[in-house]
Design a protein around this ligand. Structure first.
Ligand code: ADP
Length: 242
């Protein structure tokens, strides 16, 4: 836990002017990467993720194949230009960890038994980073998987929540993320009421954890509605083009 050089809450407002329960502007779109079987772009304010999904396709080398289930591979990477100082594009500990946890968040929703011996590759690219990039990546990946026609139990919606200057907040930006007393990343299958992923840093009381989970659920449900609307609009557009 680092000490902030500036207060993060001034007169009830956050450094970007938001109220504690306010989410940044969310934008979603589908299908921009034409080579991919499915793709999606999701932004929360200045944080922007673009995800490409390829597959299901044959998995080689063959010894990796499972006869009864398919494989899901996820690679998270932050572009060198996504932050102020050039980020080394080589995989680092952080991106290896995020690839693993976002894969788990998504795998819970995928019917892997529907594509035995095959693989689905998910490439999560952060093109602008200003906090909460892993949850932006999960939201975009879930949309990209659905748009690729991968059989899923539900969409996965994710958000961050946390505590700064003794105040519980949602959707942390970069500064809030770095100086928070605690931050949590949560992913859910909202229609099933199931949490597929939860990570927490810092210290919180039990009451604060429960309060933050409630806030996360509300935000995830809003994101979920937006995801469904984005898919539906894309589907309608394709129907009209036919
Ligand atoms: P998340 O982006 O999921 O919140 P972290 O908590 O690891 O994951 O990162 C918080 C924020 O710190 C990022 O969203 C980004 O704004 C910033 N950040 C992370 N890595 C770097 C980096 N190598 N250079 C500059 N900023 C970074």
């Amino acid at each position: 836990m680092k000490k902030p050089e500036i207060p993060l809450i001034i007169n009830g407002r956050r450094i970007d002017g938001r109220l504690p329960d306010e989410v940044r502007e969310i934008k979603m779109s589908i299908g921009e990467i034409l080579n991919a079987d499915g793709s999606a772009r999701v932004s929360f304010g200045n944080t922007e993720a673009i995800v490409a999904v390829y597959g299901p396709r044959a998995l080689f080398p063959k010894f990796l194949q499972e006869t009864d289930v398919g494989l899901v591979r996820v690679i998270y990477s932050m572009s060198p230009f996504s932050v102020d100082e050039r980020k080394n594009p080589a995989p680092d500990r952080r991106s290896i960890e995020i690839s693993k946890v976002t894969k788990e968040a998504l795998s819970a929703a995928i019917f892997i038994e529907d594509f035995p011996k095959a693989v689905v590759d998910v490439y999560e690219n952060i093109i602008q980073a200003d906090g909460s990039t892993r949850v932006a990546a999960i939201n975009a990946a879930s949309l990209a998987l659905a748009s690729a026609g991968i059989p899923m139990k539900d969409l996965v919606a994710a958000c961050s929540v946390g505590k700064v200057d003794d105040t519980l907040i949602v959707d942390l930006n970069g500064k809030e993320d770095n100086y928070s007393e605690s931050d949590m990343a949560v992913a859910m299958m909202p229609s099933k009421g199931l949490i597929t992923f939860l990570q927490m840093d810092g210290r919180l009381t039990k009451e604060e954890v429960l309060e933050l989970l409630k806030k996360a659920e509300e935000v995830c449900k809003r994101i979920y509605e937006l995801q469904k609307k984005t898919l539906l609009e894309r589907y309608k557009m394709e129907k009209e083009e036919e």
